[in-house]
Design a protein around this ligand. Structure first.
Ligand SMILES: Cc1cc2nc3c(=O)[nH]c(=O)nc-3n(C[C@H](O)[C@H](O)[C@H](O)COP(=O)(O)OP(=O)(O)OC[C@H]3O[C@@H](n4cnc5c(N)ncnc54)[C@H](O)[C@@H]3O)c2cc1C
Length: 416
């Protein structure tokens, strides 16, 4: 793998940037691999990388129907955090956040990682009690979460001028999560792809998988793509919002529904907030990008949908809520808006498991799955390579829905 550094940048500048080697190759598609990964998003690429790096499994093809990193990894608001509620979840996200912090070095790719703290703005006592409960569990796993006063919230977020004592929803305090951060989503996809390629993993873009193929023994035997059949005894489905459309081709039904989640950004402005602000009671959050844009997200549209644009009423609800607390933002001009689709489980926790179809693995149900990419890839690769679930993800099974053994994280996501 070509080393990226200040020296290689200077060297290549002298030759007009014409001699960089390609970040990943485009080999011909073979008809058989040891492992096929469907989906060149964050989870698919991270799984490919850790399969090669940690387990020496390099006969791997990652197939994507579009271009690499063009799915939800390109559409999210890049918030990375570990402030979850359950014992099953927190250690997994703590691991993921720590892997993110070392990713620039690990992949030799600048992630522009910025550990910048998240502040939850709280308006009601039941929510405050729930967050304090999270704090106590998070303490056990060394994830930071501290209670702060309303004055401290306002000191740290000066643009928060609404929510005063006479308002509809007065602010009553906040929580600070210093482990939270943001980084560059494209870099995560490209960094994992480049590093996986250097180990011999193949990436095949513009290769939609049309259906999954099972052998006479019922186990997975390969996939039908638009470019022909490709065989493998292990297939990983990492297609985010499209999981059920693929798994149903193998006769497998999963407890997932697909929902539309949207985001929008303002024009760039001077530095205004240096933390991620989350307002769970009002259903919106935002951070300021390095370019100065306010990157704003809201709650998902509650109906099932595969749309990728933004519904006007969802947009208006989010903007209306935001202006209640940040009235000065009404002067901001909207630069762009977009949406993506997530497949969500009933308990808002992921499914990472080998399914009832032997050899068929699924990583799905990622509501806030960007933050989970490094740990998701690391632990799923372990499961695929060894046949045993990694301890950090062993509870995220499919069968928990049969046993009603839910990992309820519904309150820890942005929802109204
Ligand atoms: C607006 C929005 C904001 C979000 N904000 C955050 C956030 O702040 N923090 C956070 O943690 N998470 C966030 N998320 C969620 C996060 O983006 C997703 O959970 C995560 O990206 C999903 O994993 P992925 O990267 O592997 O998916 P994707 O990038 O969607 O990868 C799946 C890939 O599968 C491919 N594919 C689909 N079907 C097929 C097929 N049949 N054959 C071949 N390839 C196929 C797609 O082309 C795609 O490239 C947000 C999502 C959205 C939409």
């Amino acid at each position: 793998m070509q080393k990226y550094s200040i020296f290689s940048l200077a060297r290549n500048a002298l030759s007009g940037h014409k001699n960089w080697t390609r970040a990943w190759k485009s080999p011909p598609l073979r008809d058989r691999y040891e492992v096929i990964i469907i989906g060149a998003g964050g989870h698919g690429l991270a799984t490919a990388y850790y399969l090669a790096k940690e387990h020496g499994i390099t006969d791997v093809a990652v197939l994507d129907r579009g271009w690499l990193g063009g799915g939800n990894i390109a559409r999210n608001t890049v918030t990375i955090r570990s402030n979850y509620l359950r014992d099953e979840s927190i250690p997994f996200y703590v691991k993921s956040v720590s892997l993110f912090e070392g990713l620039t070095k690990e992949l030799n790719f600048n992630m522009m990682h910025s550990k910048r703290t998240m502040i939850d703005v709280v308006h009601n006592y039941p929510k405050m009690r729930e967050l304090r409960r999270r704090q106590l569990t998070m303490d056990i796993y060394n994830s930071t979460y501290d209670n702060i006063s309303t004055e401290e919230v306002r000191r740290r977020v000066p643009a928060l001028t609404g929510g005063g004592p006479g308002s509809r929803l007065p602010v009553i305090g906040g929580m600070v999560h210093t482990d939270a951060g943001v980084n560059r989503h494209d870099a995560v996809a490209w960094g994992y792809a480049r590093a996986a390629d250097s180990h011999g993993v193949e990436m095949h873009e513009q290769t939609p998988v049309l259906s999954l193929i099972r052998g006479s023994d019922g186990a997975i035997s390969g996939v039908q793509t638009s470019r022909g059949v490709v065989h493998a005894k292990k297939v990983v489905v990492a297609v985010s919002g499209h999981t059920t459309t693929l798994t149903e081709t193998a006769g497998l039904r999963l407890p997932l529904r697909t929902m539309n989640l949207t985001a929008f950004v303002s024009e760039p402005v001077k530095p205004l907030v240096d933390v991620i602000v989350n307002c769970p009671d009002l259903g919106f959050y935002f951070s300021q990008s390095d370019k100065g844009e306010m990157v704003i997200g809201g709650a998902p549209d509650s109906g099932q949908s595969f749309r990728r644009d933004i519904k006007q009423h969802v947009f208006e609800d989010t903007v209306g809520a935001m202006l209640e607390l940040f009235p000065s933002f009404k002067k901001l001009k909207l630069l762009r808006q977009w949406g993506g689709h997530l497949d969500i489980t009933h308990d808002a926790s992921p499914i990472m498991d080998e399914t009832d179809v032997p050899g068929l693995f699924v990583t799905a149900g990622w509501w806030g799955g960007y933050k989970a990419i490094p740990a998701g890839g690391l632990t799923l690769a372990h499961h695929v390579a060894t046949g045993r679930p990694h301890p950090l993800m062993e509870k995220f099974t499919v069968k928990r829905f049969k046993n009603l053994d839910f990992i309820m994280e519904t309150g820890t996501t942005t929802a109204r």
